[in-house]
Design a protein around this ligand. Structure first.
Ligand SMILES: Nc1ncnc2c1ncn2[C@@H]1O[C@H](COP(=O)(O)OP(=O)(O)OP(=O)(O)O)[C@@H](O)[C@H]1O
Ligand SMILES: [Mg+2]
Length: 292
């Protein structure tokens, strides 16, 4: 699904002494069927932008085009209802939104709320729960009897059960341990790849994730989108990124430091640990040969 921002400005607390411009005349298109990542320092407007995507917020000026749907200041909330079918949102600590008696009921609630019958909704719930790795033995438990990580998986299953086309993730792994973090990021990537036409829009402060999963990375700064590109296009612009308060992925910082300290050119357009290790090993080999 294509998403377009046309001269969109968002202001908070309009007409008060606390008025704040959170997005300033942003103009861009998000390609469909793409894994998008939004990065940018705190307060740069990332969460504000993604709240425009399912009608949680409306533009103060300008308009959004979300698939076929135009959203502007005058759009009625009721008209945005169907966007919730297509755009699935996962916020920080989504487990805070669990409220049903059983895990299965909680996950089936989303599709039922969209008008899907009970049998079909439960079938979808079971599929999503299996996708997020929650075993059938937990279906009849209260969500509150689960661990934090399990609760989060149940909440995410609830979003996936609505079968969205676009999955919007605002720092979805906050508070998870490193293994839980990787598991969850892999889960989203698996969902993204499982079916043609799906998109992910991830907001993160984790540059390793941005580099590993992002196909298009967007840099927000002070309410504007300043840069966009693939990981290799973007992370080679170190000076610019620093201006926008962004640091490089650790793997890349290590290679850049090694390059600076040794005066030797290294290949710095890959970010996976394995590739970085290969590059360092090849550097060390050359160093040994040179000194032999
Ligand atoms: N409900 C609100 N009322 C008033 N101002 C707000 C509100 N929400 C956000 N802001 C302000 O709008 C600006 C953009 O905030 P936003 O939450 O979009 O930033 P962010 O990029 O998501 O930051 P973070 O990385 O900290 O989550 C900030 O200056 C913030 O203080
Ligand atoms: Mg935010």
């Amino acid at each position: 699904m294509e998403i377009k921002a046309n001269d969109v400005t968002v202001k908070y607390m309009v007409g008060t002494p606390f008025e704040k411009v959170a997005l300033h005349k942003i103009n861009f298109t998000l390609r469909p069927s793409t894994y998008h990542v939004f990065i940018g320092k705190t307060g740069s407007g990332k969460s504000t932008f993604i709240q425009l995507l399912n009608g949680l917020l409306k533009p103060t000026e300008g308009s959004m085009l979300i698939g076929e749907k135009v959203v502007n200041r005058k759009t009625k909330m009721k008209q945005l209802y169907h966007l919730r079918k297509e755009i699935g949102m996962v916020f920080q600590f989504p487990e805070h939104q669990l409220f049903h008696d059983t895990v299965l009921e909680d996950v089936a609630f989303g599709p039922m709320n969209l008008g899907v019958g009970k049998v079909e909704a439960e079938k979808r719930a079971e599929e999503s729960l299996s996708l997020v790795g929650i075993s059938p033995s937990l279906y009849m438990r209260s969500p509150y009897e689960l661990s934090g990580g399990q609760m989060r998986r149940v909440a995410i299953a609830g979003v996936l059960a609505m079968e969205p086309k676009v999955l919007v993730l605002d720092e979805p792994t906050a508070g998870l341990d490193p293994v839980g973090h990787i598991g969850m990021m892999e889960l989203f990537n698996h969902w993204f790849k499982a079916k043609e036409g799906r998109s992910v829009i991830l907001v993160t402060h984790n540059m390793e994730d941005a580099a590993r999963y992002g196909e298009e990375i967007h840099v927000m700064y002070d309410g504007e989108r300043k840069l966009v590109g693939t990981p290799s296009e973007l992370f080679t612009k170190e000076t610019k990124l620093n201006e926008y308060g962004i640091s490089l992925p650790n793997t890349l910082s290590l290679l850049m430091e090694l390059q600076r300290a040794s005066g030797q050119a290294l290949i710095t357009d890959h970010f996976e640990i394995d590739d970085t290790v290969d590059e360092i090993v090849s550097f060390l080999r050359k160093d040994i040969e040179n000194n032999a």
